[in-house]
Ligand binder design. Structure first.
Ligand SMILES: Cc1cc2nc3c(=O)[nH]c(=O)nc-3n(C[C@H](O)[C@H](O)[C@H](O)COP(=O)(O)OP(=O)(O)OC[C@H]3O[C@@H](n4cnc5c(N)ncnc54)[C@H](O)[C@@H]3O)c2cc1C
Length: 498
């Protein structure tokens, strides 16, 4: 586009990480970008709220794959440090396998090796070998296919990828892969948890995703001071500096299709003209609820047959004392993790003895809770589409308090000065989340790369999709990549003059 040409207009639906990433890329390329967001603040599932002096990130808490954030900001000759300050956590996280049975995973790799060796003779050497393979997968994935939109399988038919298809372990399960290296079920659980929390079981996830273990153990677990929302704020600042216009409290209600193209988008009684639409709200919501019949790429049956990542039951708790026995990230794996996974994927239902995840950023950051207090975020991953009632939430709250008391010896029931719960119904109400999902579509073999719902509509010429229900998948780094890729598809389409 030369400066004398009228700017082409892009409407982005949703100000989550993928929408924010796309907005900056498109604005830098000269498009007039307007982001329409349903909620009153940006960030999508990564919003925050503050109450009674406590600040809570509402979604993501693990800052992994720092290279992806660096690569994104470098597109604009910036660095993450221009917008937020990162700390490397040490220990990266803590596991409880039972009362007085605690394993801290340190930041220094040699110390991790020692821990593995202590658990199982030879497991330190095995970890080294496992991570050499995981590093290979990470590097090939990052350079060859994560940044591909997955429109066609031919994108992946590159000589290097075909040559390495077996080494990438695309067709064997993560579970089987782990068993080749480690006998100890505890060690396997310690390596499985990243994929469980982001949308798969070890059984149904390709071993390719051991790349996440390289990201975690080698590249480190980081914390942006102020919380994950600092990253959202940084991205909004960047986008605004490039001229992106944000319109909040503007749920998109209608996409008007004329001769196979969307010309207008209606949100909060305003009609916006558009040359291109990028939908980053949940794909199913846009397809099934905003597009007129005849223009949907996928049927209701298709969506009902997708394997979704989990939803979550979350408690945001303000605690009026300092806690003992927990780290910034603590995973309570004292119950049967396999049974919990089954209740998410195989026989969806509320888990009997759930594993728990606690995030307590006030362990690291004094700004997120009043002095001498803690902001506690407790999460139970659960199947999407479950019956979500107050009574059920309360039942799990009591389970959490009991387990915490048993494992750490602290009864916090009298120290809770703030409490809010969040689950399926909230995900649906706040984000139009399909079946109340938290993390989008699971990364199963049949839902990876070109087998995901496509980033370009099959029926509407100027409609594109990004976010955690399309390529490359759930998580903040994939959302950034998704937004960038979708923006590049729009740029390509615009240059082709179609
Ligand atoms: C509880 C939880 C914990 C997580 N933990 C981690 C973690 O530790 N690390 C990690 O990397 N990832 C984590 N994730 C995943 C990560 O947060 C997401 O993958 C990512 O934020 C998704 O970004 P997105 O842009 O695809 O979607 P979203 O963030 O959902 O953005 C979509 C936006 O579209 C808006 N929208 C919906 N409908 C409309 C409409 N009709 N009109 C206008 N706007 C609309 C929504 O309000 C939302 O703002 C977690 C997610 C959750 C929920």
């Amino acid at each position: 586009m030369t400066k004398f040409m009228k700017k082409e207009k892009v409407i982005i639906i949703g100000a989550g990480f993928s929408g924010l990433a796309a907005a900056s890329v498109l604005a830098k390329e000269g498009f007039a970008v307007t982001v329409l967001e349903k909620n009153s603040t940006p960030g999508g599932r990564a919003r925050k709220f503050a109450e009674n002096g406590f600040t809570f990130d509402m979604g993501p808490s693990w800052y992994w794959m720092p290279d992806v954030f660096e690569k994104f900001f470098a597109l604009f000759n910036k660095t993450p440090q221009d917008y937020y300050h990162l700390l490397r956590l040490d220990p990266s996280y803590r596991f409880y396998f039972g009362k007085d049975d605690i394993v801290d995973v340190p930041a220094t790799f040699n110390d991790v090796v020692e821990i593995f060796e202590k658990e199982e003779a030879g497991a330190g050497v095995a970890l080294n070998k496992f991570l050499v393979e995981a590093e290979y997968k990470y590097k090939i994935a990052m350079s060859k296919f994560v940044y591909k939109p997955g429109l066609s399988m031919f994108e992946f038919a590159q000589p290097e990828m075909l040559a390495s298809v077996f080494r990438l372990d695309m067709f064997s399960s993560f579970e089987k892969h782990l068993k080749q290296y480690f006998k100890s079920p505890r060690l396997r659980q310690m390596l499985e948890f990243p994929i469980l929390f982001l949308g798969g079981t070890a059984k149904n996830t390709p071993a390719l995703y051991s790349l996440m273990n390289y990201g975690d153990i080698k590249l480190g677990t980081w914390y942006p001071v102020g919380g994950m929302y600092s990253v959202v704020e940084g991205m909004v600042e960047l986008a605004a500096s490039l001229g992106v216009k944000f319109v909040y409290n503007s749920p998109v209600e209608k996409l008007e299709v004329n001769k196979g193209k969307i010309n207008y988008v209606t949100a909060a009684a305003e009609r916006y003209e558009a040359n291109y639409i990028l939908a980053t709200a949940d794909y199913e919501h846009v397809e099934q609820h905003l597009l007129p019949d005849g223009y949907k790429s996928y049927s209701k049956k298709y969506w009902d047959s997708r394997v979704l990542s989990p939803s979550s039951l979350i408690f945001f708790l303000g605690i009026d004392t300092k806690l003992e026995g927990i780290a910034h990230h603590t995973l309570f794996f004292d119950q049967d993790l396999g049974k919990h996974s089954e209740a998410i994927y195989e026989n969806p239902g509320w888990p009997e003895n759930p594993s728990l995840y606690f995030s307590c950023t006030s362990r690291t950051d004094s700004c997120v809770a009043p002095e001498g207090m803690e902001n506690l975020f407790v999460l139970i991953p659960v199947a999407p589409g479950l019956d979500d009632t107050e009574a059920i939430r309360e039942k799990y709250f009591q389970i959490i308090l009991e387990r915490f008391k048993h494992l750490t010896g602290q009864d916090i029931s009298k120290n809770i000065v703030f409490k809010r719960s969040y689950a399926h119904a909230d995900f649906e109400k706040d984000y139009n989340a399909f079946k109340g999902n938290a993390y989008g579509l699971a990364n199963t073999l049949l839902q990876t790369a070109f087998l995901k719902p496509k980033m370009k509509s099959k029926k509407v010429k100027n409609l594109f999709y990004a976010g955690q229900l399309t390529a490359p998948g759930p998580g903040v780094p994939p959302a950034l990549i998704s937004g960038e890729m979708a923006a590049r598809l729009i740029l390509k389409e615009s240059k082709s003059g179609k």
